[in-house]
Design a protein around this ligand. Structure first.
Ligand code: SF4
Length: 234
């Protein structure tokens, strides 16, 4: 079993967001990050922020809680592994991740093959987004090339249609979500994914912080919020 612990809040997955690489050249219709950036800054162009990169060395959001440790969501304000992203940007981020081993860094991409081009330290969770069946084969093939000791996960966010994995054992964590304001987390779509995850002992996190379709019943069918284990660390 790869489940380390169960949390009671969708916000318990990570302590803070660190995004030295931002922006994206894709134009996914449902991308709220793109929408927010364009509204606030007038563009969503790829950019690298050296000052943000450096901050991770000294950042500690809760000093009153003792030594800094926990999970950091990394480069969520865009796509950090798109083909347009210079290799040096990604290597600079990985170098900081390696240096700051007190944190676990969660990455996610729609370009899983790009992740295979780099050497990763152990304190990472590498995820790839699968929102439609057509993305499964590529995600599985690419992630099968990543070193087996790394924590690998799949982000079904948003889960838009029925999805069947051929090699669910590649993933330690299935993160499943709907889409804020527009597409609920649909139980009929989520249940088969949960079954596939259970069949390989993977952890499941249903992010119903957005909204659920009407068929969810919290009393008799509480949603799963599980965090995976990696090399004995939680
Ligand atoms: S690839 Fe990701 S960041 Fe880029 S537009 Fe699509 S959802 Fe947004």
């Amino acid at each position: 079993m790869k489940i380390a612990r169960i949390v009671d809040s969708p916000h318990a997955v990570y302590q803070f967001d660190w995004s030295p690489i931002r922006g994206c050249k894709e134009e996914c219709k449902y991308c709220l990050t793109r929408k927010n950036f364009v509204q606030e800054k007038g563009h969503f162009n790829p950019e690298f922020l050296p000052d943000v990169l450096e901050k991770i060395d000294r950042y500690h959001p809760h000093p009153e809680q003792g030594p800094a440790s926990g999970n950091v969501a990394c480069c969520t304000w865009g796509e950090a592994f798109g083909p347009w992203v210079p290799r040096e940007w990604i290597e600079a981020v990985i170098s900081k991740v390696r240096k700051n081993s007190r944190w676990e860094f969660l990455f996610s991409t729609r370009y899983p093959w790009r992740m295979t081009e780099f050497e990763w330290p152990e304190n990472v969770w590498l995820g790839t987004t699968v929102d439609r069946q057509g993305k499964v084969a590529d995600a599985e093939e690419a992630f099968s090339r990543l070193p087996g000791h790394l924590l690998k996960y799949v982000s079904l966010a948003p889960l838009l249609e029925p999805i069947k994995f051929s090699r669910p054992e590649l993933f330690s964590w299935f993160f499943i979500s709907g889409l804020k304001y527009s597409f609920p987390l649909v139980k009929a779509l989520a249940d088969p994914i949960v079954e596939q995850a259970r069949s390989v002992g993977a952890a499941v996190f249903l992010d119903w912080g957005w909204h659920l379709d009407a068929s969810w019943d919290h009393e008799s069918n509480p949603v799963a919020r599980e965090i995976p284990v990696r090399n004995g660390r939680t």
